[in-house]
Design a protein around this ligand. Sequence first.
Ligand SMILES: Nc1ncnc2c1ncn2[C@@H]1O[C@H](COP(=O)(O)OP(=O)(O)OP(=O)(O)O)[C@@H](O)[C@H]1O
Length: 607
Amino acid sequence: MTETAAPPDDSRGRLSALARLLPFARPYRGLIALTFTGALLATLAQLAVPLLTPAIVEGPIASGDRGALVPLLGLALLFGVAEAALFFLRRWAMNISSLQLERDLRDTLYQRLQRLPVAFHDHWSSGQLLSRATSDVSTIRRFIGFGAVFLVVNLLTCVVVGVLLVLTWWPLGIAVLATTLPLVFFGMRLEKQYNVESRLIQDEQGELATDVEEAVQGIRVVKSLGRSRMVFGRYDRKALRLRDLELGRVRTLALIWCLFEFQPQITLAVILVGGALAVSSGALTVGGLIGFVALFTVLLWPILSLGFLLAQAQETASACDRIGELLDAPLTVRDSPGARPAAVATPARLRFEHVGFRFPGAGGPVLTDVDLEVEPGETMALVGATGSGKTTMTALVARLYDVTGGRVTLDGHDVRDLPLAQLRTVVATAFEEATLFSMSVRENVTLGRPDAGDDEVAEALRVAQADFVHDLPWGLDTRVGEQGLSLSGGQRQRLALARAVLGRPSVLVLDDPLSALDVHTEALVERALRDVLAETTALVVAHRASTVLLADRVALLEDGRITAVGRHTDLLAQVPAYRALLSSESGLAGSLDAGRAGTDLSGVGCP
Ligand SMILES: Nc1ncnc2c1ncn2[C@@H]1O[C@H](COP(=O)(O)OP(=O)(O)OP(=O)(O)O)[C@@H](O)[C@H]1O
């Protein structure tokens, strides 16, 4: 699902969007001040030549005094050299500060994405996040490294030169200023339009990035279903829409350029006509008129660039808004103010007490009044029909989501009262979909325990029957491809299992961890897993009877409620729903029936 927000179109909104960058700019205020000082001094140096022009024309040139010409030309040259040196200083300081700021912004964004709760990621497409972390951050860097400085300097230049023009000969100066009024009026309207178009384009780029990412990730499915053409068609429609939006924005930018190109020509015509009349009537000298025109030429670049710079500022404000949506998203799962590390034993007692859970924005609850206690060292299998809430229930232990009712406790401590760092050390989770990262096998296995020693890693790999890694070209140092795609599904699952069991956690949460294993490997993993399960408390989502048999007790989840808890053989004998479920899901009713001999009926209970 895509999250976007309507662009605010008032200038105060635009400024406050840009003001978000101030905290990021603060560490580099020295360099930024140097940039602005360099740019302003360079502009002043640029102004010196037109200001000297009347003196040169009416002095040494009019009187033919070559000797007096030399110091004035030398002065003009000196200002030229100073301008070049200041230009170098500005570019150097500007590039350092903008690149540093870009890095800081990227880091902040990345850290924020890591801290945002899973519920946030459920609602945001990866393409939208990707485009914010890449193209929006680059847009901001370009503005900080170029646009921001020139926007301020050029606006200041316009004001200073405007005042100087009025001071030189006020009637012509006022006439020049009057010709800029339409520029301001139409310019602002076009800028607003440009802002809306920029925001739509940035959002559409995010959509397109999502499509590319999904197509690449799902390439096997797409190819096997022969749907490449369909997937391309969908992408192409979005690409066309993006092109149309970009063409619209190019049209607006062309109009802005046109306006800002055209206006100086009109002003120049006004200056020449008005100036000629003033010189012929004796109100202005020829030197004064040349100085006036020279002064006006200093204004040409600032006026011309203003359209582009304002457009860049709008685009940057949109990028700030889009990044702000991530930075402002609430951290709903975070350390509570009173969170303190507490003693959690290995193995720990895990309890669900009247737990209720509803996904944000979802209609009904997924879990209702769930009560379940897993004794220290016990393995509890969680069995239920598809969609009954098993995965959701396991996700509450490590606070991937927070309960919306009741509480989950470890050794009596509400998991929300423990610091997240501690909670996620004592609780280890292996998900059904084993996710690996493009790092070495060792880095993948020790992701949650970077301090684990070689012996511990070897033991975890043994338990997970993942000794195949020693046959890889560089053993544990072999890099697995992106998302572990260079490994088979079963190999990935075994590495994810090794990651979970590494360091013997207080509570082990396994979401159907053996689903991708062949029968032979599954038997080997189960045998090794029994040793680990004997020493820890475990909650294991089980779809297959073989996984159920690893557990001491089984909890049956039906429509978000625990309807029965007991030993597998007891439930099989006493609870028809359980029996029907295992029979239909695993097709193992026959073999399970065989295990019913000697059933102990005392273990069954309904909460
Ligand atoms: N992020 C989400 N947002 C809204 N609803 C969700 C989300 N994830 C799961 N659900 C819904 O919650 C319910 C329980 O899902 P859950 O994945 O916990 O079931 P499950 O018992 O693990 O299913 P399975 O055995 O198929 O893995 C389902 O109806 C599902 O559609």
